[in-house]
Design a protein around this ligand. Structure first.
Ligand SMILES: Cc1cc2nc3c(=O)[nH]c(=O)nc-3n(C[C@H](O)[C@H](O)[C@H](O)COP(=O)(O)O)c2cc1C
Length: 221
């Protein structure tokens, strides 16, 4: 079982959010998973230009590190996302990665995968940023198993609690993947996404040929 953690803090391993990622990966590793960490801020990921090429060919024309990251995501059973709160949202680096992934959304490529999110903030809203990251995973098809976040202003003890929670989530992610855990609310969400994306892909079938073929091959049409 492979667990991949993607961190979007420009402070990388020296930052606060990495401490939560590190705990999560330790938990996953202790539960028997193979773990991989990527600091996406060290990768070359350009802005999406909205050219739609990925919809018709399945690949991006930019030739940067995005395809490598996508391959690692698709090879993983579990995905952990981490971002500090930057002006009440994820960092621009992580959002830039998300914006490269509409083809993943349209094709629901993360179906069957599991994940969770971690965040840290100076004053607050790390919960909201975790919700956003988890929603992004769900929109791509994954089930999410929870979140862990810390607000620096709440002190070291609260930070320690968040690290412990992150460790437990790492362990639990491995359990969720092993038992193919079902979340009824998320199943309903996935059903809704399936219908929306099916309508979209059918509507665009003459131009978005890769996505149409993908859906046909899956037997979803
Ligand atoms: C550009 C910038 C924007 C920030 N915006 C917020 C914010 O909106 N709310 C907040 O509570 N903290 C904010 N912070 C504080 C960080 O979220 C906090 O220090 C976090 O732990 C940094 O994580 P890192 O060390 O992993 O990068 C901001 C920090 C920076 C540098």
């Amino acid at each position: 079982m492979k667990i991949l953690a993607l961190l979007g803090s420009p402070r990388g391993k020296k930052g606060n959010t990495y401490r939560l990622i590190e705990s999560a990966l330790k938990g996953a590793e202790d539960a028997g998973a193979e773990v991989l960490f990527i600091d996406i801020t060290e990768m070359d990921i350009g802005y999406c230009t909205g050219c739609s090429t990925c919809y018709s060919t399945g690949s991006c024309i930019q030739g940067d590190d995005y395809e490598e990251i996508l391959d690692l995501i698709l090879e993983s059973d579990g995905i952990i996302l981490g971002s500090p709160v930057y002006i009440n949202s994820v960092t621009a680096q992580l959002k830039t990665l998300f914006d490269r992934m509409p083809d993943v959304v349209h094709c629901q490529m993360l179906l069957g995968k599991y994940g969770f999110s971690v965040s840290t903030a100076g004053g607050g809203n790390a919960d909201i940023v975790c919700d956003y990251m988890n929603n992004t995973l769900q929109v791509m098809g994954a089930n999410t198993t929870g979140d862990a976040y810390a607000v620096l202003a709440e002190g070291d003890e609260a930070f320690g609690d968040a690290c412990r929670r992150s460790y437990e989530l790492g362990k639990d992610l491995v359990a969720a993947i092993s038992e193919k855990r079902v979340y009824p609310e998320q199943e309903a969400f996935h059903d809704g996404m399936h219908e929306r994306m099916k309508n979209l892909v059918l509507f665009q079938k003459d131009e978005w040929t890769h996505e149409y073929d993908y859906w046909k091959e899956k037997g979803w049409l």
